[in-house]
Design a protein around this ligand. Structure first.
Ligand code: ZN
Ligand code: ZN
Length: 689
């Protein structure tokens, strides 16, 4: 007797294909199938009725035998939802979720000092042991063999909560039976992490799995240290740089339903948990949760849906929650909890706005006298000062001295950024490097001047103004090496560095106890952007950076330089009146029918040749007209040419996701298949220009 199954291969395919097998297997089984003359991995989606089969059916080649090997219905539902909501091919969703599936049975691991290693080599390397030392530790049973994947034994240190934290903990924990979304909204230093670690502790002790999402991989190291100090073991860590065997171990544990804690960036939300009870999404407002390249999904929104599928609790955490979450809290879709007390009872920083129209610095200078004076007085009292500027490199533009033409990238319609340290021009969109010795395309002149300011140039000015004090630049360029980062941190904590010069990365979870003053050099940088979220992003960024000053006991100061001091956003920031800002911003969005009051999809057409792109746009418009879909556009992208491709954008703006989904589906059904690959669909695009 033959059984027939619909199997989805892990590739760019959106529908399952039919295969047969002479035995019955469960739905969700992982199998090997023949596909286009090759062998591919696939997942069984459903069993097909025999009478529907009228054509020649290929056989399933092999059933994944390694135990456990079945994706349960809860996960299948989640992947199918993610695929249909974001218009990502179902096969690709499965590929992202289970690509690292272990082939074959896993052997046991070595455990040492609360850490697990899949091989002797890995352990020796990690602790820099000599083979002899390894042997001794093994004999002393300090290094052990274990088949357990997650090493939790008992708490190493008690997580103590204050009355405020305890009350919120009790509120959240009482809903542990069933799906619910919470928001922990608390100022910096109010103990949000301890509160959710307690939720994780309870979940672990009850035998459940917890998922912790962080906006960036760079933050996992600090987080892991904190986790280990309480739990005595390491959490599972999930990111693309993990070895194959490390990933296998995590997957095996998840699929077995073992109690464990896993921390990762957005892709961790796709993992096939089998006993998930608690999801934490830390810094939920962070735009890094949205994948902007390739398959575009929002990990925070998917975390909420995943919690729904697995009937678990989802806890969003932030010191400056997103407008969406605050709006959902207002509409009782999620329950908001507020942490108001800071552990060290630090008063909120004193924020002053500097009107640069009045206090304009001299030419080729970006630091006002106000900032100079305040910085000097902090330095005299041995405090540290942060200069904040959200722009990497030396100068954002280099122009020809003769005809003022800017040097642009050959692959993108954007100006190249000069990085003085490495003496290269870099495209911040496609990462191409160029020699700084250029010839002007318009007039063949070979002299250029730098316009505007980046972190490196700011550092030059800081060094000039504050001789004798040490400065350091904090950006993704200088923090990318682990060794570099460690050295920089040490210098700051030992007070060797007096002046910190940083981009937005510094707003994320770095704690500098002696930081007394934050100077925001360009408060206007994103204020006049055409992006409708610019105001929200600016507010969150300023609030976050301001939160870096005056921790541990003393009141810090924040100075913001701006050419538009009367902009309402600065008034709200200065008064620390977030409610006021949110009210104004929600009113504005409501009037303009923008999210969270409407749902938006961006349909971006990209093509290497402009005439073909135009004809694609016409095809789009014709379909929309024929079906009366009312697509908006085309509007040229802010960057009309990127990575050797021309771009044009269309939009749908609807009252609900269901309407959005139905319109896009109709449009896709009429679009010629060969043209679909030139279309990128982005649901809830983060930036709209
Ligand atoms: Zn020129
Ligand atoms: Zn480029």
């Amino acid at each position: 007797m033959s059984y027939y199954y619909e199997v989805i291969p892990l590739s760019q395919i959106n529908e399952g294909l039919t295969y047969k097998l002479d035995q019955s297997i469960p739905i969700g089984s992982i199998v090997q199938i023949p596909l286009r003359k090759k062998t591919a991995t696939g997942v069984v989606l459903s069993e097909c009725k025999v009478e529907n089969i009228t054509f020649d059916i290929k056989k399933i080649l092999k059933i994944q035998k390694a135990s456990p090997h079945i994706i349960n219905q809860e996960n299948l539902n989640f992947y199918q939802y993610l695929s249909s909501h974001y218009f990502i091919d179902l096969g690709m969703v499965f590929k992202m979720a289970i690509q690292q599936y272990p082939d074959g049975q896993l052997k046991s691991f070595l455990s040492y000092k609360g850490k697990i290693f899949s091989s002797q080599k890995e352990l020796i390397k990690s602790f820099e042991l000599k083979p002899k030392q390894f042997k001794e530790l093994l004999e002393k049973k300090e290094i052990r063999l274990t088949t357990k994947n997650f090493l939790f034994d008992q708490m190493q240190k008690e997580i103590k909560l204050n009355t405020e934290q305890q009350k919120i903990f009790d509120d959240i924990w009482q809903f542990k039976q069933g799906f619910k979304t919470h928001l922990i909204d608390g100022v910096t230093g109010s103990g949000k992490t301890e509160l959710y670690l307690k939720l994780i502790e309870k979940t672990l002790i009850q035998g459940g799995q917890s998922l912790v999402l962080l906006p960036e991989i760079a933050l996992t190291e600090e987080w892991t240290k904190r986790f280990k100090s309480y739990f005595g073991c390491e959490p599972f860590i999930w990111h693309s740089k993990q070895t194959r065997s490390q990933k296998s171990r995590v997957l095996q544990s998840l699929l077995k339903g073992e109690p464990c804690v896993i921390v990762g960036a957005r892709s961790a939300v796709l993992l096939p948990f089998k006993n998930l009870q608690m999801i934490i999404c830390d810094e939920e407002h962070d735009s890094s949760y949205k994948q902007e390249e390739g398959p575009r999904y929002h990990a925070r929104d998917m975390a909420i849906y995943k919690a729904k599928c697995s009937n678990s609790i989802c806890t969003l955490v932030s010191a400056s929650p997103s407008l969406e979450s605050l709006f959902n809290a207002e509409n009782q879709k999620i329950t908001a909890h507020h942490l108001t007390q800071q552990f060290h009872q630090t008063a909120l920083p004193e924020i002053s706005i500097i009107d640069m129209n009045v206090h304009r610095p001299s030419s080729k200078s970006w630091i006002s006298k106000e900032i100079y004076d305040e910085t000097m007085s902090v330095l005299k009292n041995k405090g540290q000062v942060l200069f904040f500027l959200n722009r990497r490199g030396y100068a954002p533009t280099k122009i020809c001295v003769n005809c003022h033409t800017a040097i642009q990238c050959q692959h993108c319609a954007v100006n190249l950024v000069y990085h003085k340290k490495i003496d290269r021009l870099i495209c911040h969109h496609c990462s191409s490097f160029y020699d700084p010795q250029q010839i002007c395309k318009m007039c063949s002149a070979d002299k250029f001047i730098s316009l505007g300011i980046g972190l490196e140039r700011l550092q030059e000015e800081v060094i000039r103004l504050f001789p004798g004090f040490q400065s350091q630049v904090f950006s993704s360029d200088t923090l990318s090496s682990k060794k570099n980062k460690k050295q920089m941190m040490e210098k700051i904590f030992q007070q060797e560095t007096n002046l910190l010069i940083g981009s937005q990365i510094i707003g994320k979870s770095f704690h500098f106890p002696n930081l007394k003053l934050v100077n925001i050099i360009d408060g206007d940088s994103s204020l006049f952007s055409p992006d409708f979220r610019a105001m929200e992003k600016t507010y969150q960024l300023l609030q976050q950076v301001a939160g870096r000053s005056g921790r541990e006991g003393e009141r810090g100061k924040v100075l913001i330089q701006t050419y538009s001091p009367h902009h309402p956003i600065f008034q709200s920031i200065k008064d620390q009146n977030r409610d006021n800002f949110i009210r104004n911003e929600l009113d504005r969005r409501k009037q303009s029918h923008l999210p969270p009051f409407a749902k938006i999809a961006q349909l971006q057409l990209v093509h290497p040749h402009y005439p073909e792109l135009r004809s694609l746009c016409l095809e789009f418009l014709e379909i929309s007209k024929k079906l009366q879909l009312g697509v908006l556009g085309p509007t040229p992208s802010l960057i009309p040419y990127k990575k050797n491709h021309y771009q044009e954008n269309f939009y749908f703006k609807e009252a609900s996701y269901a309407q959005l989904n139905s319109k896009i589906s109709k449009l896709l059904s009429q679009l010629s298949p060969k043209n679909k690959r030139f279309l990128h669909i982005d649901i809830d695009p983060l930036s709209i220009a």
